[in-house]
Write a protein that binds this ligand. Structure first.
Ligand SMILES: [Zn+2]
Length: 56
């Protein structure tokens, strides 16, 4: 079995579209689970905003 590439996810602010966070999906995370969304602090918006997983 070929080794899978390390899943590497960008978290993008939904409001300003700025990429603020990078996250590694742990192998425990279900890959079928699409688009994760988290509330994170955005330095551009200067507040907590929903951050969406961004595709390359
Ligand atoms: Zn923002």
């Amino acid at each position: 079995m070929a080794k899978k590439k390390k899943p590497f996810t960008k978290m993008q602010c939904k409001e300003c579209k700025e990429i603020n966070y990078f996250t590694n999906r742990s192998k425990g995370l279900d890959e079928e689970k699409k688009k994760l969304e988290l509330k994170k602090f955005c330095n551009t918006c200067r507040k907590h905003t929903p951050h969406k997983e961004a595709k390359k």
